[in-house]
Design a protein around this ligand. Structure first.
Ligand code: AR6
Length: 233
């Protein structure tokens, strides 16, 4: 009886091992084939004048939550800032190290968000745009750069999805194959996201109400990351 039991166990174990290994290998293969990266700016921290320390904490915690909720290693996030001495990038890098955030899935890039691939950066198929409530091209910062680089195709595609945006929310806009941003940089989608505004010169100023501001910034990142993940489910 003992010998028979041992034989059953022996027969069983290698089979489990083989199935386990082959499943593991195929999921690794899939991950290698399918990497989807969202390149995003630090929302609200330039023109919208949000406090950098508070914003960096919210940013890193939001990234961390996203990575836990979405264990698919092929979904990656990359924080981008144009300034070579970016205060936000250094704050976020420090906090991400403290919180032990997976450095393979959360990376950093210094440069223009509209020229990542052409300037030697990793391929990013989705870009986040820190926009205004009217989803209007122009102005400054990331919004002006992304609308300019994507051409009139982005304005047209945006209008089909929405004409306004509430603070703390985001919308996904697919880029047409004729858009220069798609042709030259490989960007397939832009996600417009509206953060909290602390600048009295801009609409919906929160006049230093950081309780409301922090809530809106958390909602903005949650909405942005959820929309990104939903593209690949
Ligand atoms: N590439 C990479 N990062 C950039 C670029 C770029 N081309 N331009 C700016 N940044 P901001 P906000 C960084 O001002 O504070 C617009 O006028 C910048 O250093 O673009 O959310 C809209 O229409 C900062 O870290 O967005 C809104 O009215 C981050 O991107 C308003 O600004 C965000 O800066 C939104 O203000």
């Amino acid at each position: 009886v003992v010998a028979a039991k041992q034989q059953i166990l022996k027969d069983h174990l290698p089979r489990v091992g083989v199935i386990g290994t082959s499943q593991h290998m195929s999921s690794v293969d899939e991950q290698q084939e399918e990497t989807n990266t969202l390149a995003f700016p630090s929302i609200s921290t330039a023109d919208f004048q949000f406090d950098h320390y508070k914003a960096s904490t919210i940013l890193v915690e939001s990234v961390s939550e996203f990575l836990l909720k979405n264990p698919n290693a092929g979904l990656k996030l990359m924080l981008v800032d144009i300034g070579s001495k970016s205060h936000m990038l250094s704050l976020v890098k420090k906090k991400a190290t403290e919180l032990n955030v997976d450095s393979d899935r959360f990376t950093f890039f210094t440069g223009d968000i509209t020229k990542i691939r052409s300037s030697g950066g990793p391929p990013c198929n989705v870009l986040a745009n820190a926009t205004n409530w009217r989803l209007k091209a122009g102005g400054g910062g990331v919004n002006a750069a992304i609308f300019k680089a994507a051409g009139p195709e982005l304005e047209e595609a945006t209008r089909k999805v929405a004409t306004t945006l509430l603070p703390g929310s985001s919308i996904v806009v697919p880029l047409s194959p004729s858009s220069p941003l798609r042709k030259e940089e490989g960007v397939t989608h832009v996600i417009h996201v509206l953060g909290p505004n602390m600048n009295p010169q801009r609409p919906n100023c929160l006049a230093d109400d950081y309780v409301e501001g922090c809530k809106i910034l958390r909602n903005a990142y949650a909405s942005l990351f959820e929309n990104f993940a939903s593209l690949f489910q």
